[in-house]
Design a protein around this ligand. Sequence first.
Ligand SMILES: Nc1nc(=O)c2c([nH]1)NC[C@@H]1CN(c3ccc(C(=O)N[C@@H](CCC(=O)O)C(=O)O)cc3)C=[N+]21
Ligand SMILES: [Mg+2]
Length: 297
Amino acid sequence: MVAETIDGKAFAARLRERVGEAAARFEEKAGRKAGLAVVLVGEDPASQVYVRSKGKATLAASMNSFEHRLEADTSQDDLLALVERLNADDAVDGILVQLPLPAHIDAQAVIAAIDPDKDVDGFHVTNAGRLAVGQAGFVPCTPMGCMMLLTDRLGDLSGLDAVVIGRSNIVGKPMAQLLLDANATVTIAHSRTRDLAAVVRRADIVVAAVGRAEMVKAEWLKPGATVIDVGINRLPPADGEEKGRLVGDVDYGPASQVASAITPVPGGVGPMTIAVLLRNTLVAAHRNAGLTAPEGI
Ligand SMILES: Nc1nc(=O)c2c([nH]1)NC[C@@H]1CN(c3ccc(C(=O)N[C@@H](CCC(=O)O)C(=O)O)cc3)C=[N+]21
Ligand SMILES: [Mg+2]
């Protein structure tokens, strides 16, 4: 079997297009653009790349982008004060504080300071709780993007066996909850899981979110499984390479001989994360303006 490639990049482009059209309609109704504030502390090169592409995508989707770049030695109090200003700013519908933060800042305290109704990352405990008990709130962008790719590919997930590898608050746990809400039978595997290969072997759906390059092997997969690879790992440069290649958590080449469908890295889940961020921001804008959020985005 040769797996079909799940083209997250193209799916995300279509989603951003729809969000952009809905954002233009929002502007007509509300008399202002929807706005996303992105806060970056320090100069981590990877974070700078992400923040730049978020800003570009936000503007391209007819929304305002407010970028706040702070020195690496910014105090936690100064960062919290900025978050408070953004909470109070009516032009700001969504707030994203880029993670990771420098070690001297308590990321949990910063996330807790964000107004849950502007928390378009879905990281605030209020939104985690809303997801856990089935109330409307913001769902973390990466797992939401994975769900969109899965339901587009498979339709009804009811009764399917899903294995999520990784238990982070940002991906693994919310991913498992979304799969459960879709009536899949869900297993969360992690570093202490015994015989991970045997656990993965049962799965119709595998979501790999461990952050270890090419860890999930083709031999672990049930033939015909649908594989969503959340990992973005840079390999050490090979001979003659300036930068190492980007690879996922799945050993893509061999895995694509066993799976029926698989997301590539890059071009899979990553672009979906940004598209869902824009969608969450537009939903936030509608709520803040007292308008009904549009359907079909
Ligand atoms: N508060 C917060 N929210 C986040 O959502 C958040 C964050 N902090 N910190 C960092 C991670 C990482 N992240 C990515 C987003 C898009 C791609 C993406 O578009 N990747 C492309 C390009 C990859 C490349 O070429 O570097 C792809 O996979 O095809 C990747 C990673 C969001 N994050
Ligand atoms: Mg975590």
